[in-house]
Design a protein around this ligand. Sequence first.
Ligand code: 5GP
Length: 236
Amino acid sequence: MSVPAHKPLVYIISAPSGSGKSTLVNELLKSVSDLEFSISYTTRAPRGSETDGRQYYFVTRTEFEKMIRDGEFLEHAEVFGNYYGTARRFLHDAENNGRDLLLDIDVQGAAQIKQKLPEATSIFILPPNRKTLEERLRKRSEDCEEVIQRRLITAAHEIENYDRYSFILINDHLEESIEILQAIVRSERLLRAGRPLSADESKFVEMADCCRLANVRERVKPILDSFRTSDAPGRD
Ligand code: 5GP
């Protein structure tokens, strides 16, 4: 008799750049077992200490377009003028290895995954307000002023899609955000298992529930307002 294949839980994380997503994702991967990170393909050049096969697979546009034609992507999108895509094989690998899969992708990619895998758990990370996002983008000194302004405008558009996600995490205090993110992953696994929960397990579920879309709308409103009233570059 064949052993039934593990159906991986798929977690999608999206956030405007500068929201602290990479730090949160790295901490999550360190602290939660059996969670595989899907390394995306991209046509953008490596930044700083990024290496091929770790943060991304860096490929040319020609190579990427061939992969599209060969149907190798579960989803792909153009972000800031470059292609980014999630290879199908990561889902198969997670399935074969009995692990769950974490995708760090933009809102376009998230929408494509939700169409193909409606059960995927989607998490949107929000900065506490526009001013904090602008400060974080400046502090990491990765981009010139023009790029920072472009990222802020893109962020304002991306944030408007927050209500397509199952969970909203407002990344104000890093330690707390890491705990919440861990709780969301654990809670989804516990709910999938469908067995009675211990008191400790129930706490994870409650913590995650606080970030469910229906429970955060009031907290999200002032954040959206801070972006909507600050269209002009450089305003607080
Ligand atoms: P960065 O170039 O700053 O690493 O990423 C830019 C944006 O591309 C981020 O919002 C990131 O989540 C998104 N991204 C990274 N990999 C993928 C992918 O495979 N597919 C899609 N759709 N977006 C991705």
